[in-house]
Every structure is written in C-alpha cells, then in structure tokens.
Design a protein around this ligand. Structure first.
Ligand SMILES: *[C@@H]1O[C@H](CO)[C@@H](O)[C@H](O)[C@H]1NC(C)=O
Ligand SMILES: *[C@@H]1O[C@H](CO)[C@@H](O)[C@H](O)[C@H]1NC(C)=O
Ligand SMILES: *[C@@H]1O[C@H](CO)[C@@H](O)[C@H](O)[C@H]1NC(C)=O
Ligand SMILES: *[C@@H]1O[C@H](CO)[C@@H](O)[C@H](O)[C@H]1NC(C)=O
Length: 596
C-alpha cells in the first residue's frame, strides 16, 4: 500500500529532482519501503509520547501551585542551555519561576544540528525544490471522510538532491479549498531524520489541497538560534536627555553594555515589576533628565557571507515544497456507521491534532467554545459594545484592531490626544452608546519611533490601575518587539503580565481578557535576522501554556494567518482582522443560550 507512495517519491518527474532519482531509481523504492515500514512504527510511538507530554503540559500550567507536584511526577527535566543573558542585571528568579522557564524552554527546544568540524556548505543544506511530500493513505485506503486525519510525509533533500539525515527544518503546513474559502493550519512533526509529518484534521467535504512551505532550513535556524542567544543587541535603542539648553542622546537596552563594562549606566529597572532597562549615562546630564525612548536602529553584519546564502528569498526562505504525486484529495461526508464509530473511539488512535479553528466560506470558526458570530455591519458592533470600555495594550498588531473599530464604526470617534502618529496613546469614544476605546503601546523594548518618557509604561502596571468589571474588556498583543531577545526575556514579561491579570481577575472576576498570539509575516533576508517567523513561533508556543487555566480568550493569530490564503504580512490584511474582531466580539457578546 505504501510502496506506491514511495515509488512516487523516488520516481517523480520534476526536472530538478531527476538527478537524484536517476542514481537511486533502481533501488530507491525498495530502500524507501524498508525505511518506511520502520518509520511508521516509530511514528505511531512518537505520536503517543507527544500526547503524553502535551497532556502533562496543560495540567502543569492549569494550576500554578501544582508545578512542583507535576514536576515530581514527571521526573527530572533534561537540562537546557544555560543562558546567562543579563543575569547580572535582571532580578533573580524564584525556584518556581526557574522551573517554569525550564519547562517552557524544554517544550520549545529546537533540534540541534549534528556536530561537524565546519558549517555545511550551501549545497548540503535543505533545498525546498529538491524536497518532496506525499499524502499517505488513511487506514490503508485512499479514502478520506470528514472527521479523519490527513497525513502528508515530507522528505527533505539538499541542493544536490541528497536526502537529509537530520531534522530541524522549519516547515509550516496548510490544508485548503480556495473555492470554498476554507483553510486550516497543519501540525508539523519532525522525525529528526529528514522526514516530517504534516497532520491535518479533515473538517469539510470536497477537494482539499495540501500546501507545505519551508520557512527556513535547519542550517538557517541554527544561525537564528545563535543570534537569539548571542546578539540581543541587534536592535538597539536610544534616549534623549534634556535639561535647559543641554541635550544628549545615549544608547539604551535591556542589557548594557555588552563590551564597555566601565561606562556608568542609568538604571531604569521598573520598581513594580523588576523589568530591567538601562541607558548609558549622559556625560553632562543626570539620569532623571531622560525625556524619551526610541528605536535606535538595526545592527548590520550579523552573519558571514556564507551564512547569508542560507537566507535567500525565493531559494530557501518561505519556498513551497512540491508533492511527488497528487497534492489534493477528495474528502467524503462523515461516516455515520455508529457501531464502527464506537469501536474506533476505543482503539488507541494516533494523536489527533486539534487546531484552534479553521476558515470556512472565508470566516473563522473557532473551536474555543463560543459560537462564532459575524459582525458585518457597524450597528451590530455598536450594539455589542454599548456600555463597554475596551483597553488595548501592546504593539502595532493590536493597534490594528483599534484602527479597525475606529474606521468601521462611524459612531466611534477618535478623541484627539495629540499623540504622535502610530505611537499613541489613542482614545476613541461613542458618547451616545457609552463606548470607550483605548490603546497604549507596551513598555521597552518597544521599537516605535519616539515614545515620551511620560507615556512609557509597562502593561502589568497599567493593568494594576484598572478597576475592571463585566463592562471592561482588556486586549493584549505583545510579541513582535521581543524577537531579538532570548525567549527568557519574553517569558519574564509575560509572567509579570500574568500576575497583574490574576490580580485583576481576582478583584473583578467579570473582566474579559483577550490575548492575541504572534502571526506569520513576509520574510526576506533582513527581516529574517530580526523578526523571523521562527522567533515568533517560539513566543507563540510559550504564550498559550503560560495563560492556560486563567479563563482568558486566545486569538490564535498564528493559525489565523497560516490557514488563510492571503500572503503573510506583519500587519495581517483586513479580511483577517475582520475575522479576529468577529472572534473577540463573539466573546464580548455571546449568543444567549436557550435554557432547556
Ligand atoms: C549558568 O552558568 C553560570 C556561569 O557559568 C553559573 O554561575 C550559573 O550557576 C549557571 N546557572 C544555572 C541555572 O545552571
Ligand atoms: C538596577 O536597579 C534594580 C532595582 O533597584 C536593582 O535590583 C539592580 O541591581 C540595579 N542594577 C544594577 C546593575 O545596579
Ligand atoms: C464493535 O465491537 C464489538 C465488541 O468488540 C463487536 O461485537 C462489534 O461487531 C464491533 N462493530 C464493528 C462495526 O466493528
Ligand atoms: C456576513 O457576511 C458574510 C459574507 O458576505 C455572509 O456570508 C454572512 O452570512 C454575513 N453574516 C451576517 C450575520 O450577516
């Protein structure tokens, strides 16, 4: 049954694959078949193991207090890299915090490249054009029904057409039916030997097409990993100090100075949260004359010429991998043989991957428990938001929501606070319906043009100043400006915000909290080094477990951008923003359940 798939993989006729196939064509089907039968067994076991650890993960974070218990049950965690980034400047972690860090970092640990004397030359790195995928039969048959899971097996090759023997490539997968406006994000499992599985739930009937994209090769990820740990200064910041007719600008960052330890510093560590921030002390002025904070710029020459070859648009950044055979299947209606279904549910099935939602007829259907409603006209939004205060905090990806409501609902009028463009803070009101909308950017390391010191606030501190209540909606999106720091920095920030949210929800349990995750964006070489989706993925992956069990609403921007047909953009296009707004408003104004 699988022989056909593998013959197809080995004998496919696309021009670039021919070189490899000619040499292998005689024996390849046999070898591949042998390898595959072993692999399939391995696969099933991997699935089971993953299931276990996922389950442990969710229980672990549902109750913050039970961390120790859960940890003891699970046995010692493997060590992770000892990251001493800014350890001399930040606050020391408590034992529980260190444990949580370790747990989260282990959960997102990326496979390391095999040790070798010198970095691989480009020709031995992953090449999406030579790589292939095949749709595997379902339960031995090429027949799929709604409710089944589709599995596509990917085999990575290098630029010479040779199969890769290790994992670590960053692949993303999507299943879609463009004519139905339907799409869902797939889950990619790395088998660490050059093979990957992309898993998709089959949620609708009709023809579905598999799209698998290599975002970065494993070799490129290794470069990003190094930058993440060793070059947190690759985006730098500055502050203007001014008093009377004197003014000076100095360099600022979370961790300073990396190479001039003698220079005196101004310590702007936040007294409430302990979030560290430093500037080099101005020569003439005192530290309390800092009047603003701004992005300084981007460090250049971060990678060698050889490494730059790993980041070529159209070659090895976000390039689609082709199928060896068909890339689409026809999904039949759900099977309704009750007795068979019963038996299936007892069998130890491979882990089913459950996405957070999917698109159908262009609209996002969330599995989040609330019926998705559509707010197509502004009056339905006004009706929903009447009497509400909506506080939005974060980066420009949450500002997009402020802008959407402000533009789409004519009754909501922006109140001119004379704030700098794109920076804020912003406020909009509909006094007739008592709607108040506010936006404020998060604190350092915000990369906005210039934020006045008086407006530079940490989200956790802002949350502590909110009374909250059933008419308050708090919306958070904090991710994009953390991509140049180690993940620990992001975890620490999120932990401070989580504490403030717990306090808010304790004093005002009716407050609705919405958290938006990271999304995919357009990448070229330059963007990759500072803001790659790989950095975003790491942050997306730690966010959910950290807030699990708090009763907050997640807007899974990762899946909502991955599952959609439109090209990836840092600021997702209006069609996606509308779906995000619909999801939020569906939680603000859930449909009344009929009592029966
Ligand atoms: C990390 O390394 C530093 C210096 O090598 C050491 O002092 C510190 O104890 C280590 N931290 C952990 C958590 O192992
Ligand atoms: C900066 O200030 C914080 C809070 O007062 C303190 O804990 C930290 O040690 C200071 N950092 C340095 C380098 O002195
Ligand atoms: C389901 O399992 C029961 C008990 O093992 C068996 O009697 C029955 O025939 C099975 N039904 C189907 C459709 O396989
Ligand atoms: C909203 O618009 C979409 C697309 O035009 C349409 O399919 C849907 O039925 C509309 N929903 C409501 C509640 O008006």
């Amino acid at each position: 049954m699988l022989k056909a798939e593998y013959e197809a993989l080995a004998n496919h006729g696309r021009p670039k694959g021919v070189i490899m196939c000619r040499n292998l064509s005689k024996y390849a089907p046999l070898f591949l078949l042998l390898a595959l039968s072993g692999l399939i067994f391995l696969l099933r076991n991997i699935h089971t193991l993953e299931n276990l650890s996922c389950h442990t993960a969710s229980t672990l974070f549902q109750l913050q207090n039970s961390i120790h218990t859960a940890f003891a049950q699970k046995g010692p965690l493997p060590p992770y890299h000892n990251d001493t980034f800014c350890s001399h400047l930040g606050l020391e972690l408590t034992a529980d915090e260190a444990l949580e860090d370790r747990y989260l970092l282990n959960a997102i640990a990326w496979p390391k490249l095999p040790a070798r004397p010198a970095p691989a030359p480009l020709r031995q790195t992953s090449d999406p054009v030579h790589s292939l995928f095949a749709i595997l039969p379902s339960k031995g048959r090429r027949e799929w029904h709604v409710g089944d899971q589709l599995e596509a097996l990917v085999q990575m090759h290098d630029f010479q057409g040779r199969p890769k023997r290790y994992g670590g490539d960053f692949l993303v997968a999507r299943l879609h039916s463009p004519e139905l406006g339907a799409g869902v994000a797939g889950r990619v499992v790395d088998h660490l030997n050059g093979f990957y599985s992309a898993l998709f739930p089959l949620l609708w009937q009709g023809t579905v097409e598999v799209v698998i994209t290599m975002v970065h090769s494993s070799e490129a990820v290794a470069v990003l990993q190094r930058l993440q740990e060793q070059r947190p200064d690759r985006v730098f910041f500055k502050s203007l100090f001014r008093s009377g007719f004197l003014s000076e600008t100095t360099l600022c960052n979370m961790c300073l100075p990396p190479n001039q330890p003698q220079e005196p510093l101004c310590n702007y560590t936040d007294l409430h949260t302990g979030e560290p921030w430093y500037c080099l002390k101005p020569k003439m002025l005192s530290c309390d004359t800092r009047i603003n904070h701004a992005k300084g710029g981007y460090q250049k020459h971060l990678i060698t010429n050889k490494e730059a070859l790993l980041f070529q648009s159209g070659v090895n950044i976000k390039v689609v991998i082709h199928a060896s055979g068909p890339d689409r299947i026809n999904v039949l209606p759900k099977k309704i043989d009750e007795s068979e279904l019963e038996n299936v549910s007892i069998k130890p099935e491979p882990v089913k991957y459950t996405p957070s939602g999917y698109y159908y007829r262009g609209s996002w259907r969330s599995f989040g428990g609330t019926t998705s409603r559509q707010f197509n006209d502004s009056s339905s939004i006004t009706q929903c938001l009447t009497g509400k205060v909506i506080h939005m905090y974060g980066d420009s990806t949450v500002r997009q929501w402020f802008e959407y409501l402000n533009a789409f609902v004519p009754e909501i009028k922006e109140f001119n606070l004379h704030s700098p463009k794109n920076v804020g803070p912003f406020m909009a009101v509909d006094s007739k319906h008592n709607i108040l909308l506010k936006y404020r950017c998060h604190g350092p390391p915000i990369r906005f043009s210039t934020v006045s010191t008086s407006e530079l606030r940490y989200v956790a501190n802002e949350l502590d100043g909110l009374p909250g209540g059933p008419d308050t909606v708090v919306v958070l999106s904090i991710w994009a400006h953390f991509s140049t720091f180690p993940v620990e920095v992001y975890i620490r920030r999120m932990r401070h915000i989580r504490r403030a949210l717990v306090r808010l929800l304790d004093r005002s349990p009716g407050t609705l909290v919405v958290i938006r995750s990271a999304n995919l964006q357009a990448l070229d070489q330059e963007v990759s080094l500072y803001n790659s989706d790989w950095f975003s993925l790491q942050r997306d992956r730690v966010l959910r477990p950290m807030f699990m069990g708090l009763g907050v609403v997640f807007v899974d921007a990762w899946e909502m951008t991955l599952a959609h047909n439109l090209p990836h953009q840092l600021h997702p296009p209006p069609a996606i923003i509308k779906n995000m707004m619909d999801l939020i408003l569906s939680h603000v104004c859930p449909t009344k359940k009929k009592k029966s």
